[in-house]
Write a protein that binds this ligand. Sequence first.
Ligand SMILES: Nc1nc2c(c(=O)[nH]1)N[C@H]1C(S)=C(S)[C@@H](COP(=O)(O)O)O[C@H]1N2
Ligand SMILES: [Mo]
Length: 201
Amino acid sequence: MSPISRGFLGRRRPVADPSRLPPGQYLTTDFPVLSAGPTPHTPLDEWTFAIDGEVDERMSWPWADFLALPAEDVKTDIHCVTKWSKFDTAWRGVSVDTLLGAVKTSAGYLTAWSDGGYTTNLAVEDVTDGKAWVAYQYGGSPLHPEHGGPARLLVPHLYFWKSAKWVRGLRLTLDDEPGFWENYGYHNHGDPWLEQRYQGD
Ligand SMILES: Nc1nc2c(c(=O)[nH]1)N[C@H]1C(S)=C(S)[C@@H](COP(=O)(O)O)O[C@H]1N2
Ligand SMILES: [Mo]
């Protein structure tokens, strides 16, 4: 028996199901805010979501049209490269499959771009087949601006820096072009189960 009581340890950090916690991560019940710059506040009447780049025809949805797209409720675990993981986060948004279904493309990559200038690069195969959403609700309420509202990318199977807050569009590309953190030495892919934190991992 440990001389330190279970209750004492239990108050420090929640106990995580190890099969859901990637290597090097700890579980938190908080929702930390990590932003590289100030929170943009784009009025909804100026907001659009665009699919462009290597596509047959550019698509763009104003806010009201975006909300009218088929939406899904998603409950998922998220993993930040700074080592916190949060379980069972509840989102509502539009599947990237639905958005990419509106264009014809043979591109293999895309850059998600955001108000404020943030970008992140992803392979198309990492955001299709039910793996990514553009989410506009969290916990049943409109997504808070600090967490990326009005809408953010949600790619929960990769480290959370790939989930661009304040996302405004996906630009399809033939080549894989590193985004903001990827240019600063973060891993190009970012699989938390393989601990792909930094270049060379
Ligand atoms: N536009 C934008 N998106 C972003 C970031 C950012 O700085 N700007 N930070 C990324 C990082 S490093 C993480 S861990 C998550 C944090 O999301 P949260 O603040 O909702 O926890 O957003 C990601 N998306
Ligand atoms: Mo992060």
